[in-house]
Design a protein. Structure first.
Length: 136
């Protein structure tokens, strides 16, 4: 499987993600929204956006691995963040940076959306991550 990530000339730069992904393959992998919970369902990093982003990405990596994929196969990421404000960007990006090498997240990362929402799964959940990947 090949994923080509690019940001064509004339698109807003710089951003921490590519604007476009082109993928070839036949098996689609869709990882449902992952939150900051451990394997037993216990909350992780309560009240800490950076920690919750990191844990949600670790859980996303586990979901991808279960399908035989990794972040190199991801063609799209979606982040849902409660109470989003622009001043939270540093904490959000720190969560990604803290696990990028550990999880093999390419930088810039695949096309991504950050969507502010009022409420997620439970009151302590600050972020949820969805991933779409493509395999041969």
């Amino acid at each position: 499987m090949t994923v080509q990530l690019l940001s064509p000339e004339g698109m807003f730069q710089p951003v921490p993600y590519h604007h476009v992904s082109i993928a070839t393959g036949t098996r689609h992998v869709h990882v449902a929204g992952q939150i900051a919970r451990d394997a037993e369902g216990n909350p992780v990093a309560t009240g800490d956006l950076t920690g919750q982003v990191a844990q949600a990405l670790r859980n996303t990596a586990r979901g991808l691995a279960g399908a035989g994929a990794g972040f190199a196969d991801v063609v799209r990421l979606r982040f849902y963040v409660t109470g989003w404000r622009p001043d939270l960007m540093d904490a959000f990006l720190a969560g990604i940076a803290g696990v990028a090498d550990e999880l093999g997240i390419p930088r810039p990362f695949p096309p991504a959306s950050l969507i502010g929402v009022d409420y997620l799964f439970e009151p302590d959940v600050l972020v949820e991550v969805e991933a779409d990947a493509l395999l041969d």
